[in-house]
Design a protein. Sequence first.
Length: 277
Amino acid sequence: MWTKELLDVFKPPTIVFFRCLFGLVALLPFVLLKKNRMHLKVRPFFVFVLALGAAIPWNIMAFSLQGIDTSLSGILNATTPLFALLFSIIILKTKPSWNQTTSLLIGFVAVSVLILFSSQSTGVQFSIFHAFLMFAVTMAYALNSIWIKKYYTSIPTILLGFWTLLISAIINGIISVFMEPYAFKHLVAWEIIIPLLILGCLCAGLGYVIFYQIISIGGPILASMVTFISPFVTIVLGIFFLQEPFHLGIVIGMPLMILSLLLMNIHIFKRDVPLIK
C-alpha cells in the first residue's frame, strides 16, 4: 500500500532508493557495533544475488503496481514459495514430496482464477502485463533465497541485510539522480516520511535480517513462507485505505493460494518430522 501511495510522488527507482536509504540508517548502528566483522569479497555474482533481493524486484513491483490493485499484488506475491520450490528442484536438486507437487498445481489454479476474475471484474485496476510483472518479482525473491542458502549462509544475517540494501541504494541512487534530481525536497512532508520509515526501517531493514536468518535455519522455501502474511495485509489495506473492490477472484483465489502454501509445508506441522534436518 505504501509503495502505491508513493507512486503519486516519486518514480519507482526513487522510491527504492529512499526505502533502502532509510533501511541502511536503521541497520548501520548494529553493523558498527558488531564485534566480529567479516571482510567480504564483493564479487559480481554476490552483487547479483543480493540485487535479486531488493534492487531488481522492488523496481519491478513499483512498476507493476501502476497497473494492478494492491490486493492482487499481495496475493500474487504469495507465489514466492511456489517458485522457491520449483527452483530448489532445478538448482538444489531437491526431490519434491507428493504434497509439494500438489501444492504447485493448486497454486497454479489459484493464480489462474485470480487473473481470470480480476480481468473481468468491474472497478478493478488490472493489466495482464503488470500482473505478470509480479511473477518476475517473486522469481527474483525465490532465486535470492536459494542462492543465499547455497553459498552465503556463513555471512552474518545483519551484514547480508546491510549489503542487500547498500547495493540497491547505489544502483537506484544513480538512476534516481538522473530521473528525479530534486526528489529530496519532498522529504519535508510527514505523509512522505512516514511511509518511507515503514518501508525502509521495518519492511526493509528489520525484514531482511529476519528473512536471511530464516533462510540460514530453515531453508529458502520456509523463508519465502513470510509471503503467507502478505495477502491478508494487502487486501485489508487495499480495501479500507485505497477503496479497492473485493471481487470473486479474491474470494476463490486467496483460499486456494493459502491451501497451496500450507500443503507445501505440511511437514512443519507434524511433530514427528523435524524442521531442520
